[in-house]
Design a binder for this molecule. Structure first.
Ligand code: ADP
Ligand code: MG
Length: 362
């Protein structure tokens, strides 16, 4: 059987939605390619359809997108079938014709409302990472606050994000826009999930595989920019089954683009001073000047580190510097020298039994 036939059949028997099923509420985000709103269900029939789509109750999130929405729907359908737990629960996507004279078609995407907080929101709080600990465990530990406890919390977040990324990469999807704003805390599963597949590429079938550099966020993008070498023949941008050979994947390691971005999130979690936009941009400049060598960056800034920066290094140096070792194997200039998500999950950084038992959470 052709995977597209199966995908079509699966979708055919799921109840469909239309825009009148939703009452749009608070705006959650707005970009060049669409607007995202929280929404409630307009009537009991819509609520029934939501149940039939596997979500029991509650609010949903609606993204009204431009023509790029078509690819995003495709990616979400694929994730739903192949690695559902990696991303926010996707319910349905459909095309809506705009009123006459208003131009192009619009695509609507519907997800379960997973929760109020992105990792970005949580990292902006002075309480971070303790505010995350409360969310994951449901209560506060009575162990003293300090770098060991913070390290355990960061470790748990990293494990969850690597697990989600490994799911995507094993499916053949590269996200290309991994950043704290695109990580949502799911109140239902008490884990972090990835959102926003708007820039993602499915390399097994060649969808969105032509690099769209304008979609990349320069603050988190790896230096190579292009996910595949320019020598690679370009694949069509419509869903036809032109499978990309695993050999090409092995040659280009496009998944390592996401690993670099996640490495920067790891860094921001450990170093409070790098959580602001301006300081992250300054860090990127410094790292570039160090030829993307984190060790060289450390030698540059550590001698005149303030207390906050010092604390970051102290966290990464715990357990004989095993955290720093993982970080430096993620943030590297050459994609092929970066660790994969699967290998990172097996890294000794995650081996030690969590002091708080956080490791049993996933
Ligand atoms: P954009 O293309 O605008 O970046 P996103 O898919 O990243 O679109 O969504 C924008 C914002 O909406 C996110 O940063 C998050 O705050 C919120 N959001 C998106 N999906 C969900 C979801 N499933 N549950 C809760 N909030 C969400
Ligand atoms: Mg986003």
């Amino acid at each position: 059987f052709d995977m597209f036939v199966l995908a079509f059949a699966e979708r055919l028997f799921r109840p469909t939605f239309r825009k009148d099923d939703f009452v749009l509420g608070k705006k959650l985000g707005e970009g060049a390619f669409g607007v995202v709103c929280k929404a409630s269900l307009a009537n009991p029939e819509a609520a029934e359809k939501v149940k039939a789509n596997g979500v029991m109750q509650g609010d949903v999130v609606v993204k009204k997108a431009t023509e790029y929405g078509a690819v995003e729907i495709w990616m979400n359908e694929r994730v739903r079938r192949a690695c559902a737990s990696s991303c926010a629960d996707f319910l349905y996507g459909f095309r809506e014709s705009k009123a006459k004279g208003k131009g192009a078609e619009e695509y609507w995407l519907i997800w379960r409302f997973e929760g109020e907080d992105t990792l970005y929101d949580l990292m902006q709080s002075k309480e971070f990472p303790y505010n995350v600990e409360t969310k994951i465990l449901g209560d506060v530990q009575d162990l003293p606050k300090g770098i060991s406890r913070e390290n355990k919390i960061i470790q748990t977040v990293m494990r969850q994000l690597l697990f989600a990324l490994d799911g995507l990469h094993s499916t053949g999807i590269v996200h290309r826009d991994i950043k704290p704003q695109n990580v949502i805390f799911s109140e239902g599963s008490r884990t972090f999930k990835i959102i926003d597949l708007g820039a993602a590429a499915d390399l097994r079938v060649g969808i969105n595989y032509i690099p769209k550099e304008f979609l990349l966020d320069p603050r988190y993008a790896a230096p190579e920019q292009y996910i595949m070498s320019t020598q690679t023949p370009s694949a069509p941008s419509v869903p036809v089954a032109t499978t990309l050979s695993p050999v090409l994947w092995q040659l280009n390691l496009p998944d390592r683009f996401d690993i670099y971005s996640l490495g920067l999130i790891f860094l921001q979690m450990a170093f409070p001073s790098l959580r602001t936009d301006s300081n992250l941009i300054q860090f990127n400049r410094q790292l570039k000047r160090c030829d993307y060598d984190l060790e060289a960056w450390r030698n540059l800034v550590e001698p005149r580190a303030n207390a906050e920066l010092r604390r970051g290094f102290d966290i990464m140096d715990l357990d004989d510097g095993i955290g720093w070792e993982l970080l430096t194997s993620m943030v590297r200039y050459k994609a092929r020298q970066r660790i994969s998500a699967k290998a990172a999950l097996a890294h000794p950084y995650f081996n030690r039994e969590g002091l708080l038992g956080l490791s049993v959470m996933q």
